[in-house]
Design a protein around this ligand. Structure first.
Ligand SMILES: [Zn+2]
Length: 125
């Protein structure tokens, strides 16, 4: 038996781990499904690599899902920050927001990015 206990990521854990990246004056929230938490976690880890002493801090103000897309807002942007965020926004469009399996945006109406299984259980094509 493995000695490593698998602890599922929670929204709280992700925010606590990357507290230095979260705006303390203006943070709207982390509003995505559990399927996207691991990619948000990886995105914040990559952003953290950009933080160097003496440089402007990275302050995230909002992480949310909207119409099947991941949207990330910050107090300041740079080309390197944009590059990382765009990479994970593209990954989110191919990741089920419920479970993290491969997926795509599904209607009808306001899209949600879902795998085949969750599209079926949600009554979406
Ligand atoms: Zn799914």
């Amino acid at each position: 038996m493995s000695s490593v206990t698998h602890i599922p990521l929670t929204h709280e854990t992700v925010l606590r781990r990357h507290a230095q990246l979260i705006s303390d004056s203006y943070f709207l929230g982390l509003e995505v499904g559990h399927g996207w938490l691991s990619l948000v976690e990886r995105m914040l880890s990559d952003l953290e690599q950009l933080v160097e002493p003496g440089h402007e801090a990275i302050k995230v103000t909002d992480i949310k899902s909207k119409a099947g897309e991941l949207h990330v807002s910050l107090e300041y942007y740079s080309d390197k920050i944009d590059e990382i965020i765009e990479k994970f926004e593209a990954e989110a469009l191919k990741t089920c927001e419920f479970c993290g399996q491969p997926g795509r945006p599904r209607g009808p109406g306001w899209p949600i990015t879902l795998c085949d299984e969750h599209a079926a259980s949600e009554g979406r094509g």
